[in-house]
Design a protein. Sequence first.
Lengths: 337, 174
Amino acid sequence: MNRFDYVRPNTVAEAVQALGADPAARFIAGGTNLIDLMKYDVERPGRLVDITRLPLRDIEERDGGLRIGALVTNATVAYDSAVKERYPLLSSAILAGASAQLRNAASTGGNLLQRTRCYYFYDTATPCNKREPGTGCSAIGGVNRIHAILGASEHCIATHPSDMAVALAALEAVVQVSGPNGDRAIPIAEFHRLPGDDPAKDTNLAPGEIIVAVDLPAKSFTTNFTYLKLRDRLSYAFALVSVAAALELDGQTIRTARLALGGVAHKPWRNTEAEALLQGEPATRETFAAAADLILREAKPQSTNGFKIELARRAIVRGLEQAAAGTPQSQSDKRIQ
Amino acid sequence: MLIDSGSPGAAGTIGISLTINGERRNIQVAPWTTLLDLLRERLDLTGTKKGCDHGQCGACTVLVDGTRINSCLTLAVMKDGAEITTVEGLASLAAREGKNSLHPIQEAFVEHDAFQCGYCTPGQLCSSVGLMNEGHAHSRDEIREAMSGNICRCGAYTNIVDAIEDVMQQGGAR
Ligand SMILES: Cc1cc2nc3c(=O)[nH]c(=O)nc-3n(C[C@H](O)[C@H](O)[C@H](O)COP(=O)(O)OP(=O)(O)OC[C@H]3O[C@@H](n4cnc5c(N)ncnc54)[C@H](O)[C@@H]3O)c2cc1C
Ligand code: SF4
Ligand code: FES
Ligand code: FES
């Protein structure tokens, strides 16, 4: 790990000021991603601004929904009684990620800003446009089993690894930020970005901005929802493909559908056309398959991840079936009854 | 500003205070020292193990204010003011309650043969206590899931779950 200057502010304004315009400075919250990257020399911050003492640890009622402070840990969110009751999809997604120890340390803001798990991004001996713009992408034509099938570019095919963010996309959360130019709200759909020709940028957060909270809108899905995560082992592994599905049903007819995919793109992947296609249709496997086909129409395989297209297709159908059936959501029990 | 280590690049250390296994200690630490390295390299508390150093194995699990975390992925300076319990402190947690020389979970690990080489064991023990403090796991499946952050290369998993279940049935941790 490189040497760095360490500051520990007490207020958001102090934190924003301490980060300043310095591109080499970083906020640190749980540290579970940043310290890992620092150990690999992928991140070499000149200054760490420890934000753990900021007053951003509350979960509050807000406009019929909930406001989750940026420092609330992943575990606290997942087990919070209001979240469990009103946004069980979010609890389920968080509990599908990482381990108990990591969730105890990881923060809401840090989770959104965790970086890709692309092997080459972590390996400073290899070219990577995200780590070192202009050097090329080692994953294209390399080992790309875990990489994107949707929305990738010729410059980067990395995926975003967060489970929590996929549920937040389906729930249409809003990210509240504060920065040198004041406060603003960013809808989750516009928070993460596609790689395009600037893969170094994961999000649309402006330089110097800090996440202060994540807002969950009043609309919650409490009966027909699922977070289905497919991976190499059943726990403590990142998603190859994941599906956050939420439905409102009128008998067997779909009134509202929300669907977001993880592990397939540079951001949580939501296709509102597919959601519109589901609306008003019967909640059957045929309907779900049609939505999957629409979403995956533009999917593009890399050299070794073609299997993910079929995996995603089946995961979408299965996820929607689980949601329609109101399947149990415990990590250790997600049968379709 | 509560604390500032000085100008960028300066090799300045920072004074922090930690309560480790019940003993309050004031320590000068470089900000880039992880909690794991502080415990092992500076304080000779080598019970806590370094497996991967990247959050992938759980061997470094300790309790910070009663909550289990990976000590390899936290900086010691960030825990200024906290109470840390390592495997060396589990027995004294039990002793405080007038119990035996070993913590009940340690006795249960011995009883159930819940280790082979023992390298993962300090992490498994602290993680087990953290799990019981959290109170979310009840069934065997839930215990297995909640312990997934602790890898055991010797594959003692079944007996580890037995040991935890046993202590939970006796009425939990401490
Ligand atoms: C072995 C392992 C397995 C994992 N498995 C999974 C998994 O299956 N699913 C999953 O979703 N995640 C997984 N994770 C990732 C984990 O969820 C993230 O590391 C964690 O959520 C990051 O949060 P943090 O608070 O520790 O972030 P930090 O490491 O503190 O920060 C991460 C980044 O966010 C920035 N930042 C933090 N807070 C703010 C803020 N409020 N405002 C602005 N910037 C901020 C930091 O500057 C840094 O760049 C895993 C991690 C490990 C090590
Ligand atoms: S996929 Fe993106 S992160 Fe991975 S090597 Fe290519 S440019 Fe880097
Ligand atoms: S040493 Fe910390 S998780 Fe492996
Ligand atoms: S007992 Fe050997 S690694 Fe667990």
